[in-house]
Design a protein around this ligand. Structure first.
Ligand code: GRF
Length: 255
């Protein structure tokens, strides 16, 4: 073997195969507006080379299934009512998900408590979005509870899913400064548009290999993130969303 042969063999051996699209399965229960944000990001090539290969809903008439269908994505209804137990349902769900060989599972308004078996199966490659600045307001009715407490800021969080409900390591948050005249409805609207902003970004980071789940917490580019993950400020989110910067923000900047 000549030196040249050796070199060309070596180069051939180490040249990686081109990476196929990273496969994403999205789980929903309802309107699927976050799913739509992900579909839109994918169509603008802003999803880290990811492809949504299936959308699965536990609610047969969820509007999100229609969105999936219209985008040419396989839409699967898997109603939980047809199963005797949570364990039986999650077993069936695991089978449907695995058939699609996903790199990432994205929960986007999937209103089910997951069994430990399910969580363990996909640990480290399952993200959720929650309408609060975690660890505050885990669970339901987050906007009304935040308002009742008179908080100055609220928002949403993308986090890795663990067995603790809404308790896995946080990756990214978007903050919202609460106005005196905000209601649960206005908060929901403003938080929802922030969700649509940050969820595709977190998915992109994951699929680019920048984001990892570890025993100590979420890591970005190898560095452990703080408890609340990375945070998009009110001002930056408002600018991205073309919102009017509200009085509260003006007051803050003056004071
Ligand atoms: C969002 O508010 C999300 O934070 C919560 O469920 C809702 C889903 O909304 N987990 P959509 O179905 O994406 O419109």
């Amino acid at each position: 073997m000549t030196n040249t042969d050796y070199q060309s063999d070596t180069i051939k051996d180490v040249t990686p195969e081109p990476l196929g699209a990273r496969r994403i399965v999205v789980l929903i229960s309802g309107s699927g507006s976050n799913l739509q944000a992900l579909i839109d990001a994918q169509s603008h090539d802003r999803l880290g080379g990811g492809e949504i290969v299936a959308v699965i809903s536990n609610v047969a008439d969820a509007y999100g299934l229609k969105r999936a269908h219209e985008a040419g994505i396989e839409a699967v209804a898997l109603p939980h009512r047809e199963y005797d137990s949570r364990d039986a349902y999650d077993g069936a769900l695991i089978k449907v998900i695995e058939r699609h060989e996903p790199d990432l599972i994205v929960l986007a308004g999937f209103m089910r408590i997951l069994t430990p078996r399910f969580v363990q199966r996909f640990l480290g490659r399952m993200l959720n979005i929650h309408p609060s600045l975690l660890p505050d307001y885990q669970g339901l009715n987050t906007h009304a509870r935040a308002l009742a407490d008179g908080v100055a800021s609220h928002g949403c969080s993308v986090h890795f899913v663990t067995e603790e409900l809404d308790g896995g390591p946080v990756v990214l948050q978007a903050e919202l400064l609460v106005n005196a005249d905000d209601t649960a409805e206005t908060l929901q609207e403003k938080v929802r548009s922030r969700e649509h902003l940050i969820y595709p970004i977190a998915v992109q980071w994951f699929l680019e290999g920048r984001l990892q789940f570890s025993a100590e917490g979420a890591k970005m580019d190898g560095h452990l993130l703080p408890e609340h993950g990375m945070r998009l400020s009110h001002a930056d989110a408002a600018e991205e969303l073309d919102e009017d910067l509200d009085e509260k923000l003006d007051e803050e900047s003056q004071g």
